[in-house]
Design a protein around this ligand. Sequence first.
Ligand SMILES: Cc1cc2nc3c(=O)[nH]c(=O)nc-3n(C[C@H](O)[C@H](O)[C@H](O)COP(=O)(O)O)c2cc1C
Length: 311
Amino acid sequence: MNSKFKDIRITDNFYQSSSFFPMPLTLIGTLNENGSLTSYGAYSLIFPYYIAGKGFYAMVLECRNTSNTARGLLRHGKCTINFLPYSKKNFSQHVDCGFPGDTPEEKMKNFRFTPVDGLSQEEHPNEKYPKILDEALQVFECSWVKELDNAQDDPVLEDYDGYKYHNFNGITSKFGAHFILKIDHILIKEKYYNSIINGATRSNYCPLPTNWGYRDSKFFWCSDFKKPDPIAIPNREVDISSVRYAAERLNTDVQFTDAALKMLVKVPRPFLKLVLKGCADWAIEHNVKVIDEKEMKEINDKRSKEKKEKK
Ligand SMILES: Cc1cc2nc3c(=O)[nH]c(=O)nc-3n(C[C@H](O)[C@H](O)[C@H](O)COP(=O)(O)O)c2cc1C
């Protein structure tokens, strides 16, 4: 093996005991037992899970199964994932919210941030939803998809030793739980909303910390967000003949002119069939036999309109 590397032992919590791993830093809000209070736990093992083609979008959370957060999700099925900007003070509040054993009431006594109602609460005034944090740059409001992996009956217990563990949702091991969380809303502050909708710049890129870790059983470390650098998409046009080849294999009577195919040379190969099929479906729907530049423009306009409406 290349002697520049050492082969480190892989142990429990390998993502920080055996390596450095970039992770988000979030405060997850869940309701206490009677639903009267939102308490916040610090969580990093929270990642996108269903990102397309599933009818809904979801995150996955890996979580200690006796935490307030796990209990809040088992009982009420709802949470808010709050992303805050980096500052030493903010990081220290995350570390405080990461101390195991405090009840929701104890945790919230000296809490520095400001819980406020989110959009889910506004939409369902007769139900109880965990609050979002006013200081967050963005918040995901989520609902636990408890039916996945048949986890809907998982109870809140003091100890899960000997429990029949699930594979990927609900109580998954003696100390662990996984929660697949449907994203109900993504709420984002205006500056970063504009960054997504109108274009990112070096100054409106959302400054979220990702480089943190617990080290030597002593310190929580986190580095500040630095200015981002933009790198342009590689200009890798495929040859028009490979676009034509893909178009001819489509199993449709719809024809594409060379000029139309030329407009697709920048589509990455894995998506080419899907894009061509979308064009052919559009043509059939509009009774078009041959797709030329004009039709491609119409299809593109329709696509960007749909994208804008979705946002
Ligand atoms: C920055 C940070 C990130 C953390 N990420 C996780 C995590 O992803 N999963 C987990 O189970 N515990 C994580 N912890 C530990 C939990 O925060 C800890 O178990 C805490 O008691 C949870 O709070 P809760 O009981 O209010 O849910 C993290 C702690 C810190 C400080």
